[in-house]
Write a protein that binds this ligand. Structure first.
Ligand code: PGA
Length: 253
């Protein structure tokens, strides 16, 4: 595969204390040093981001936020802006994660966040994925719509700066990924949709897979899934499992 494998460690709302977050980051940092084939993006709870990112002296890890508001500032109690995220050390932002969509985020809001991230020179990781699979291929139209709305305000010159993370919601949080073969065709569908909107430049957008990625299934997905990397949730907060996962990628030939 050309280029490094991208791994996004989505810590979600864990760990419960900064002390534990620091321990988790120290363990993550240690293994990242030994895995130059991996481009690691750690997305901790935003409350911990500045302290962790500002003390990090290495080169292997970049940082991201799990969500942010599309407006730059204002009366939005409880929110953080992309400008604040950037100031705290984020170079990436997950946008439209299914857990945000489940909490009410619309396709349109997701699109605004993607554009706002690009305006801040933060790389948006646009998360898309159907909630369930029913017969009839309905998920393809859901994915196409999420892509169209998510990219609505992205100019052709910026499409190479967007990362798309396909996360089938029905597969999140378990131990089994979608089949790599199915991901392969989903990846082709996503690519076709982006190229359909943007033309050839759409080939530059990186596509990731997320949902139950772990040390036992990552290799098959890497070899057969037609993806540039992964979004890893619960396994990224388990230091031993995450270390094994990164080493599996590192040792792949
Ligand atoms: P999971 O989460 O790895 O726990 O399935 C992935 C995600 O929701 O980003």
């Amino acid at each position: 595969m050309a280029g490094k494998t991208i791994v996004v460690a989505n810590w979600k709302m864990k760990p419960a204390t900064f002390r534990d977050a620091k321990k988790l980051f120290d363990a993550t940092k240690k293994v990242a040093e030994k895995c130059p084939k991996v481009s690691l993006i750690v997305a901790p709870p935003s409350l911990y981001l500045h302290e962790i990112a500002s003390k990090y002296r290495g080169k292997r890890i970049s940082f991201g936020v799990q969500n942010a508001h599309a407006e730059l500032s204002g009366a939005f109690t409880g929110e953080i802006s992309l400008a604040q995220a950037k100031d705290a050390g984020a170079q990436y932002a997950l946008v439209g994660h299914s857990e945000r969509r489940a909490a009410g985020e619309t396709n349109e809001e997701t699109g605004k966040k993607v554009a706002a991230a690009l305006a801040q020179k933060i790389t948006p990781i646009l998360c898309i994925g159907e909630r369930e699979r029913v017969s009839g291929g309905e998920h393809f139209s859901i994915i196409a719509e999420q892509l169209r709305a998510g990219l609505a305000d992205v100019l052709p010159a910026k499409i190479s700066k967007v990362i798309v993370g396909y996360e089938p919601v029905w597969a999140i949080g378990g131990e089994t990924t979608m089949s790599p073969r199915e991901m392969h065709s989903m990846s082709i569908f996503i690519r076709k949709t982006i190229v359909g909107i943007y033309g050839d430049i759409g080939h530059s957008t990186k596509i990731l897979y997320g949902a139950s990625v772990g040390e036992k299934n990552v290799l098959a997905m890497l070899r057969e899934g037609n993806v540039r990397g992964f979004i890893v949730g619960h396994v990224s907060t388990d230091p031993e499992r995450f270390a094994t996962l990164l080493k599996v990628i590192q040792n792949e030939d």
